[in-house]
Design a protein around this ligand. Structure first.
Ligand code: F6P
Length: 343
């Protein structure tokens, strides 16, 4: 292990989420205060490393950011390994990243992102860069970790939104369909559906049948329940080029004649200040990442496993997605209470 003062870069990539600043602060403060490292922030994800856009991170500019949503470094969906349609890389972005990493004399690059980012991180570590990954996303779908930060904050927002739909649904005796984010995974829909007492919960992992959904809503009416809440994941399969909520609402109206309205919650789920749980998880991930760097244990992603923070090789993570198992405890409990999954 070298005694030389280490110089590290940090970037945030992919969609933003609450808790990114807490993670940047966790890595940065531990690296500076406990390990005497020099810390450089890279702007706008991998784009900043391609375009050489950096800012030094100090105790001063890392102060007061734990409460802030978004990311002080900015982010982008830049995928350096993505080829153009004809199969060629027009600019060799991975080479630029490797060159600029060397030019900056980095000892390690901390990459905070979701599944796509972890795949890129793995490929860069195969090119010889020292990389540590930290998982984040409101979707909670990063393979290899029980939780990502961002999820808890998005869950609170989604739950509050559905709570608000309850009162207006009740007043008007309507069926309310709400679309929740989550990309190909149903975590946010399942959890917010449970927390808010959703009557129908549709997630990509459980194929649904519209006739069964309709039957279940009609049963509720028969049983004297004047309104219903249908929580739908954005990633469910459907035949229309429309939002999932638009399709489901239109189908419900057509099949049942019930007065139905839809809401697409969208980016509100990703914005704003992180919850205490997300701040704590992000900070724990960040400090653990700085400790991995001290030990020169590179090529790893920080994970949460049954409440404890550990790490796993990036080589195991890349290219996988953590989906909801169809026998998940929450699904079983919700079924026992009469919730409908459309199957
Ligand atoms: O991965 C987070 C996420 O918010 C997903 O839930 C959603 O599908 C996607 O990002 C939206 O991406 P964009 O920010 O590129 O519109």
């Amino acid at each position: 292990m070298s005694d030389k003062k280490k110089r590290i870069g940090i970037l945030t990539a992919g969609g933003d989420c609450p808790g990114l600043n807490a993670a940047i602060r966790g890595v940065g403060k531990t690296a500076i205060i406990d390990h005497g490292m020099e810390v450089i922030g890279i702007n706008s994800g991998f784009l900043g490393l391609i375009n050489k856009e950096y800012i030094p991170l100090t105790e001063e500019n890392l102060s007061g950011i734990i409460t802030l949503g978004g990311t002080i470094l900015g982010t982008s969906r830049e995928k350096p390994y993505k080829k153009k349609r004809n199969g060629v890389l027009v600019v060799d972005k991975p080479k630029l990243i490797v060159d600029h990493y060397k030019e900056m004399n980095f000892d390690c690059l901390v990459v905070i992102g979701g599944n796509g980012t972890m795949s890129t991180a793995h490929r860069l570590s195969e090119e010889g860069l020292n990389i540590i990954g930290i998982p984040k996303t409101i979707d909670n779908d990063v393979w290899g970790t029980d939780n990502t930060f961002g999820f808890d904050s998005a869950l609170s927002i989604a739950t509050e939104a559905i709570d608000r739909l309850h009162t207006t649904a009740n007043s008007h005796r309507r069926t309310m369909v709400i679309e929740i984010m989550g990309h190909h995974a149903g975590w946010l829909t399942l959890y917010s559906g449970m927390a808010s007492g959703g009557d129908v919960i549709l997630i990509p992992e459980i194929p649904y049948n519209m006739k069964k959904v309709a039957k279940c809503l009609e049963e509720r009416v028969k049983n004297g329940k004047p309104f219903s809440i249908v929580v739908v994941a954005e990633g469910i399969k459907h035949p229309k080029k429309a939002h999932a909520a638009n399709y489901i609402a239109q189908q419900i109206q057509e099949l049942t004649g019930l007065e139905t309205r839809e809401t697409i919650l969208g980016y509100i789920q990703r914005g704003g200040s992180p919850t205490a749980t997300d701040r704590i998880l992000a900070t724990r991930f960040g400090t653990y990442a700085a400790d991995l760097i001290v030990n020169e244990n590179y090529g790893q992603m920080v994970i949460e496993d049954q409440g404890a923070i550990h790490h796993r090789p990036l080589s195991e993570i890349g290219g996988k997605t953590r989906l909801v198992p169809t026998d998940h405890e929450l699904i079983q409990q919700l079924r026992k209470m009469g919730a409908c999954f459309g199957d």
